[in-house]
Design a protein around this ligand. Structure first.
Ligand code: OSB
Ligand code: MG
Length: 369
């Protein structure tokens, strides 16, 4: 492969419902879509997952564009590469900025799968035909509204429900959900809204048989999480804290978590995500694939990754229609009985819908290096 041309489109997509966490609300998703062409004419697609504001991690849509334009595309364009694993070596002198790196590396994986005539899932070593899907429910204006939503998702067959919590919106909310749904596979995600001073509140959550508590403490912490895990029965799942295989190794060595959420963007690409998956498998830590309110391209990459065997728990990759009036791929991604069928056709298994993409594009730039 030799990448010769990259088109970046800035898309703005209206969401069916705003999504609120302990730190921010997304009502309209903005993203960069990368159309990456190699010398033989094969086109791969990538998607950035950074939000407009840096509330989840430090990256934003603008920082990803800056990194792509000024550092990542110059490092990649016109270089001969035999395998997508080599992309991270080209980026080795560029620190962090995982979401920017992942957007371009995902497109290279797409090209590689097409050129080797296999599905992306197969190229990654995944063998599942079906993946289990859970749903992540944002913070709601009332507990009644939240319970109503959960009822709908349970009826739709989602395999587990995750709710967002924050100080003051936690124990009573979880108690109400448990009372209404005694056997529901349920978990809570704090997006790092607590500190060790809140340990008594977090211990109260042990009473509700949660599958796990996701990222209770600071995004850059694994020490306090290890202290907290010793005092909690419920497994901690790390999300924001894990940006690399090295982070994963250290968190497991310290006992900072019992479960890991892997997001391709947060860890800098599919190759690193796969390494973390393999490492966790060797250390008996189950993983699941997190979501970043992706449009169809990012969602397709998540589905392929989730086909790997240690993605043992349902992920956050729901169907297109949960988020979007119209997704940017055809066919749209469909959830049936809490499953998504992993495409077996060559590449990512979904076609970018250029008509819809054009309609959502607010600016566009072509790079030839
Ligand atoms: O913490 O997992 C998270 C959405 C945006 C940013 C962070 C998170 C989330 C979600 C929803 O929980 C995942 C999704 O439905 O894509
Ligand atoms: Mg999370």
């Amino acid at each position: 492969m030799r990448i010769e041309e990259i088109t970046i489109r800035h898309l703005k997509m209206p969401m069916k419902a705003p999504f609120t966490t302990s730190f921010g609300t997304v009502a309209e998703k903005e993203l960069l879509l990368l159309e990456v062409k190699d010398a033989s004419g094969t086109i791969g697609w990538g998607e950035t997952v950074a939000f407009v504001a840096p509330w989840y991690t430090e990256e934003t849509l603008k920082t990803t564009w800056h990194m792509l334009e000024d550092f990542l595309m110059p490092a990649l364009l016109h270089k001969d590469i035999a395998h997508p694993d080599e992309v991270s070596a080209l980026f080795a002198t560029i620190r962090r900025n995982g979401m920017a790196k992942a957007s371009i590396e995902g497109a290279v994986w797409d090209i590689y799968a097409q050129q080797t005539k296999q599905s992306l899932a197969h190229a990654l070593g995944g063998s599942k035909d079906l993946i289990d899907v859970g749903i992540s429910v944002g913070i709601q204006s009332s507990t009644d509204k939240l319970l109503e939503l959960i009822k709908v998702y349970v009826e739709k067959g989602y395999k587990r429900v995750k709710v967002k919590i924050k100080p003051g919106y936690d124990v009573e909310v979880i108690r109400a959900i448990r009372a209404a749904f005694p056997n529901l596979p349920l978990m809570a995600d704090a997006n790092s809204a607590y500190t060790l001073n809140d340990i008594e509140v977090l211990q109260q959550l042990d009473a509700f048989n949660l599958l796990m508590i996701e990222q209770p403490l600071a995004a850059d912490d694994i020490i306090d999480h290890a202290k907290l895990q010793k005092q909690l029965k419920t497994p901690i799942c790390l999300d924001e804290s894990i940006t690399s295989l090295e982070d994963a190794r250290k968190a497991i060595e310290l006992g900072s978590c019992g479960v890991m959420n892997i997001k391709i963007g947060r860890v800098g690409g599919i190759t690193e995500a796969k390494k973390i998956h393999d490492y966790c498998q060797q250390h008996a830590i189950p993983v699941w694939c997190g979501g970043m309110l992706e449009a169809g391209i990012g969602r397709a990459h998540n589905i392929a990754l989730t086909a790997l065997s240690n993605f043992a728990l349902p992920g956050d990759t729901a169907g297109s229609s949960h988020y979007w009036y119209e997704d940017i791929v055809t066919p749209e991604i469909v959830v049936e009985d809490g499953h998504i069928r992993v495409p077996q056709s060559i590449g990512i298994g979904y076609q970018p819908n250029l008509e819809i993409i054009d309609k959502l594009t607010i600016s566009k730039k072509v790079y030839k290096g």
